[in-house]
Each structure stands twice: as C-alpha cells, then as structure tokens.
Design a protein around this ligand. Structure first.
Ligand code: AMP
Length: 547
C-alpha cells in the first residue's frame, strides 16, 4: 500500500500503545493531576481523530492550538498528524497582531484553546483578514467565550465520537506540523514539518549522541509544547515508551519540584530561566533530585555555573542548540571520548556537537569556511533531513535565508579542534528573553514614532535571570524632559506590545553610534552597557567598524 512503510509518526504511537499499554501519562491542571495509560491515550487519540473528521477536517487542513503543556494538547500531537492533517502550534505569548497574522497566513481550520487563553484568541480573531476557522474547541469551560462561534468543550467534543479510527497510509512528504518563528523584521514566518522531518528528528534525538529516551525514563518537558513541539520530546518519549509528565500552565518552581519528586522524573527540558528558578527555590527549600538523571537546557546558552550546580546534584546537563527551522535540535554538548578531563564543563557550556545526520559549515564574510581553531568565527550554516529548506509561502524570506539546501542560521559561531560549536554572537537583530523573542526593530519603530524622540535603538543586554533584556537608547529632541519621555514611552509601548517586551531601561544618549554604512552599531552599545563603567552617553557621529 502506498505510504504504509513511509517515515511517519504513526509507528511511534503504535509502539507505545502495544508495547507499553500500562505506562502512565500524567498531566497537571488547575484541578490537580490527571493520570492515565498509553492504552487510554491511544483510544482518546482515535476518538479525537474521529471528532476532527466529523468536523470536516481532511488531509492538508491545519488545526491550530493555543495551549500549554497538558495531556489534551498531547492528544492533538498524534491525532492531527496521523490522520493526515497538520498540527499548527501557536505561541500565545506573541503580540496579538502577530497571532492574527499567523492565523491568516496558515489559514487554520479549527482552533483548540486553553480557557486562560480565550481572551487572547478572541482578540486575535477580531482582526484576522480571512475567515477560515470553522470550529473552536476550548480545553475547559466555554462559558467565557461568547464571541467565539461555534465553540465546544474538549471532553464533550471527544465523547460524542467513536474510538475506532483507521489511520490512513500517509506519504512521508505529508505536512504534519507547523510553527512560526519571529524574524528581525516583518511578521513571523511559517515553518512546516513533514512526517519525514519529524520522524528523522525523532530518530536522531533517540541516538546515543542526541537525547535518547527509553522505557526507564520519566520525561518532563517544561519547554512549551508550542515551541517546536517541546523540542520534539513528546514524540521521542512516545517512541521510547517513556512515562510522560506534562506540567500544565505556567508551572512555578515549587510545582516543578513537586512533579520531579513525586513522579520520579528522570529527564526534564527547559530554557535556562526555568532552571534558575529551581536553583533559587532550592536555596530555601529542600528538593529530592535523586531520580533526576539528565536535564536538557537550550533555547539560550546554559551558563557554566548552572552545569556545575547540576553536576553537584548528580544531574547531567545536556546543553542543546537548535532552531524552529530545524525541528529544532542541531547540537548537543556531549563529552567526546578522551575529553573527560578538568575542562569538561567548559566544553559542555559550548553549544556542542552536531547530532548524527546533520552537516554544518561556518562561513566568513567572504564566503570561505573558517578553520576549526576555536578562535575564528563566521555564520553557521546547517543542512539535514529535518532542516527545512524554505519558509511557508514567503519567497523573500526563503531567498534571504536558504542557499543550495543550507539554512543560514544567523548565529555567529566558532568551532574548536574537537568540533564543538560555540555561539559568540547573533546576526539577527532580535532579543531572546527567557526563551522568547522580542523584536528590537518593532520596538525601535514604535519609540521613534514619538514626537519627543529624534532617534532610538533597542539593544539586548545580558541578564542573569532572563539571559537577555531589552534596553532602549534614545536621542531625545532637545528640551524634552527625560523622565516624562520615559513615562510616556513606557505607557505607549505597554499598549502596543506584551508587557514583557517593554525595555527595562531608557538610556538617553547624544547620538546613536553607527557603522560605516549607517547601520546602528548595537554591538558597541551592548558592550558598553554590559561594563557600566565604560558607558558613555556622548557618542559622536564617528563611524564604527561594520558589525
Ligand atoms: P528558536 O527558533 O526560537 O528556537 O530560536 C533559535 C535561536 O535561539 C538560535 O538560532 C539561537 O540564536 C538561539 N539558541 C537556541 N539554543 C541556544 C543555546 N543553547 N545557546 C545559545 N543560543 C541558543
């Protein structure tokens, strides 16, 4: 039968259902923990596929989610993909106009939404230009959702349908997933994941030099399920037959600690901010980490001190680097054979070794590859079976980012003699705060729209808790009082963007330093701000070397 043996996600579900029928899935919600087995999970997944089919969802349709990490979201992961439709996970932390754009661009047919996000979705669909959505489903009570129509509650949506569902044979080129990534300029860009991409991503992460997960593991993805499928963990955990624990909406360190202790979590994954929260919590409250074997840290650089801290608690850190465009894992910082010496932590704090199946090159401004000496840097280009070669319906962005099958990552790296990649800078003009992107360009445009501002730039500076935070450097029109201007800018930015996008500080300078071609020399401002002593408000118009 065509497609029956293609590289698709279906066999991963089949394996968990048949080999691990009694293995548990645990999910934290407002009303406590839900606990069931892979047998019950697989039945609900089929019921959900029946329900979606009854709603009219067919091959190629996109089903959107605005949901946190819970079992219902995970049911969508296999139901939507294995029936031949496409799971489109939307980041609810984005500005509402970005969410509207994303829904329009993807042409979503059905939207699943958590009760706490109903307001966000209601606001977003008010400004969409298209009208493709035929059904909303809320993951809880629908009584606050008057203007979303038609809307059903998830459990009754499922209950009305048959748990018998024949999965179709799918070609591996069938789109299975979709995520949007925030760019330097313009609205977020779509990345599609075919079954083959998600299959090969699962297999490389399951390899010993990836992030292997087996039936002895208990997996806790703290990284949101709207962030590139929680780094693919729910798929690899299912393939490996592991128990899975979903931490629910906005888990606090105390809640994570209790899940880790009570469910005997062996492997957890999240951005550094999450682990910093746990570290702080453990300064005043004892937590039993004895079951925890590994922690995957990615999205931003894992500080060496964090790796040491986990080492001290007997937990191995797997520092990983990746991107939405690559489903997302690219490197994992394993210790290479022969390198288990005193320097091991410094090596592991690098972004690490390419996982099996991925190729990379590091090119300088002239297009030449840089030597692997840990010193010379260039832009990292990658290619591989799970790396996309285009953006969804966006020829311009595709032409800018891809070349001969290579993805130009926008990350500036060095490679050392042992092949470890280290990110030393970023070409893309975005700020990553607590694992989420902030567009400096959008903030700059908004600030420069104020009458009291002559010129402004927004720069990401290092921050202990959030890794990076935005700081605005403003050239004010003479005679404008700075305090007043700051208050007005803060108020106006809060109206236009999520609160956490608003810069932590507004610094007033005489001129924005520029490169020879007139671009803002952000590197100079960032470096000076990071070492406060050197901060000099009197930048002249002198040219700074190109970034
Ligand atoms: P996203 O597409 O949102 O997953 O973001 C991908 C980008 O996040 C990469 O291109 C890097 O700039 C950054 N990133 C991801 N992982 C790491 C890491 N381990 N260390 C430093 N930066 C990272």
């Amino acid at each position: 039968m065509p497609g029956a043996t293609d590289q698709t996600l279906r066999p991963f579900l089949w394996r968990a259902e048949r080999l691990y029928p009694e293995t548990e899935l645990v999910s934290r919600g407002h009303d406590g923990l839900t606990r069931y087995t892979y047998t019950e999970y697989a039945d609900r997944v089929k019921q959900l596929a029946s329900a979606l089919r009854a709603t009219g969802v067919t091959a190629g349709d996109r089903v959107a989610t605005l949901c946190w990490n819970h079992h219902r979201h995970f049911e969508l992961y296999f139901a939507v993909t294995s029936m031949g439709a496409q799971l489109h996970t939307i980041n609810p932390l984005l500005p509402t106009d970005h969410i509207s754009h994303i829904i329009d661009d993807a042409g979503d047919r059905v939207v699943f939404v958590d009760p706490s996000l109903l307001e966000t979705v209601t606001e977003a669909v008010q400004t969409t230009e298209t009208d493709t959505i035929t059904q909303f489903v809320t993951m809880g009570d629908a009584s606050n959702a008057s203007s979303l129509d038609p809307i059903e509650e998830y459990d009754s949506y499922l209950d009305a349908h048959d748990p018998a569902f024949e999965w179709p044979a799918l070609a591996e080129s069938t789109p299975a997933g979709m995520c949007y990534t925030s760019g330097t300029t313009g609205k977020p860009k779509g990345v599609e994941y075919t079954h083959q991409m998600l299959w090969s991503h699962t297999m490389t992460t399951q390899s010993p030099q990836g992030i292997p997960i087996d039936d002895t593991d208990v997996v806790l993805p703290v990284v949101p399920m709207f962030h590139v499928n929680a780094w693919g963990m729910p798929f690899s955990a299912t393939a490996g037959g592991a128990k899975q624990v979903f931490p629910g909406p906005a888990p606090e360190p105390a809640e994570l600690a209790s899940l880790i202790e009570n469910e005997a979590v062996t492997i957890a994954a999240g951005v550094p901010t999450v682990w910093l929260g746990l570290q702080e919590y453990m300064t005043h409250t004892a937590v039993d980490l004895s079951a925890l074997e590994r922690v995957v840290i990615g999205g931003s650089a894992a500080p060496e001190s964090m790796i040491d801290w986990f080492d001290g608690h007997g937990v191995e850190v797997l520092h990983a680097w990746g991107m939405t465009e690559m489903a997302p894992i690219g490197t994992v910082s394993h210790t290479k054979a022969g390198l288990e010496d005193a320097n091991a932590t410094a090596k592991r704090a690098k972004q690490g070794l390419a996982v099996p199946g991925l190729e990379f090159r590091v090119v300088d401004d002239t297009g030449e590859e840089v030597p692997w000496d840990g010193e010379q840097f260039g832009e990292l280009w990658v290619r591989g079976p799970w790396v996309t070669t285009e953006y969804f319906a966006n020829e311009r962005a595709t032409a800018d980012t891809f070349e001969d099958g290579w993805l130009k990552t926008g990350d500036v790296v060095t490679v050392d003699e042992d092949g470890y990649l280290e990110i030393v800078d970023r070409i893309k003009d975005v700020i990553k705060s607590g694992g989420e992107w902030i567009s400096s360009v959008e903030l700059e445009n908004a600030i420069m729209g104020h009458d009291g501002v002559e010129e402004a730039t927004v720069v990401g500076v290092a921050d202990d808790r959030w890794q990076e935070r935005p700081i605005a450097f403003v050239v004010a029109v003479a005679s404008t009082p700075h305090d007043e201007l700051t208050a007005e800018l803060e108020a106006s930015l809060k109206e236009q963007f999520p609160k956490w996008w608003v810069p932590d500080a507004f610094e007033y300078i005489d001129a924005v330093p520029k490169t020879a071609t007139g671009k803002f020399a952000k590197r100079v401002l960032r470096a000076e701000y990071d070492s406060t002593d050197a901060f000099d408000a009197s930048h002249s118009e002198e040219a700074i070397p190109e970034e």
